[in-house]
Design a protein around this ligand. Sequence first.
Ligand code: SAM
Length: 303
Amino acid sequence: MTETTQTGGTLPVAQHSAAHAVVRLPPGLYFVATPIGAARDITLRGLDILASADLLAAEDTRTLRHLLDIHGVALSGRPLIAYHDHNGAAVRPRILRALAEGKSVAYASEAGTPLVADPGFQLGRAALAAGAPVFAAPGPSAVLAALTVSGLPSDRFLFAGFPPATKAARKSWLTAIKDVQATLIFYESPKRVCQLLIDLAQCLGGERQAVVARELTKRFEEVRRGTVSELAAGFSGQSVKGEIVVLVDRAAMAPAGLDEVEAALRDRLARMRVKEAATEVAEALGVPRRDVYQMALRLEAEE
Ligand code: SAM
């Protein structure tokens, strides 16, 4: 019997296979991320938790059972119950009871990370409110997989989830986030992807760089890149299948006017040195540092 540190201090008590171990899990709710395509994209710790929790809950019990079969994880008489948007209120008390009894509960959504456009939020809140610890077994999520392959800036991104289905609601929703200085990331159904690109062109501008990532980690994975308008034209009239993430580059910053640069510099020169003030203003307003530095020297000389 080996002792390793897993799941915040759990001890393996038996070895089931090379891939996973049955471990003694501390009581609590474990959100386990599962593959978004390739079945082997599950972490070893995720498998350990699924092999060890006292109670398993899943958005779709058949999907989880299939994943367990693929990886040779036995249920061994442990209950596997359905927990999803439609039965959450009715099933939560059973899960909370198990947590109150000091049991470990593993929850997996249909695919990817629970709570990310998937059930789990209310369950997590209820567990925390009841004083039960909540743990994550992190792993796949389409939002991060798409950002990774997109080639768009990854320093800051806004995961916006599924846009509203009706046209009017979608347009005002898109308009509200159009100036956010971050890569915008949407989940969308294949039926609506072309309409979303058309609406993006209208609300955000057709010239922005965008990416449509389809069927990531699966056999027919495809990543299309171009401006929003080019992608909308490319998808027009096509019947699209599979799961899709749409990403859009941030809005270009309007070049700052001289007045704006001067005001920002005066503000900073009151509390910092010329060099620091110039660097900060250049970064904040996206203007060349050399020009800002020259202006800062002039303003300093005027004082
Ligand atoms: N919880 C999941 C996650 O962490 O990404 C998301 C669940 S949400 C109900 C399903 C949506 O995620 C799909 O409609 C699609 O937008 C996106 N998605 C899931 N798997 C994907 C894949 N393999 N390739 C591209 N998008 C995917």
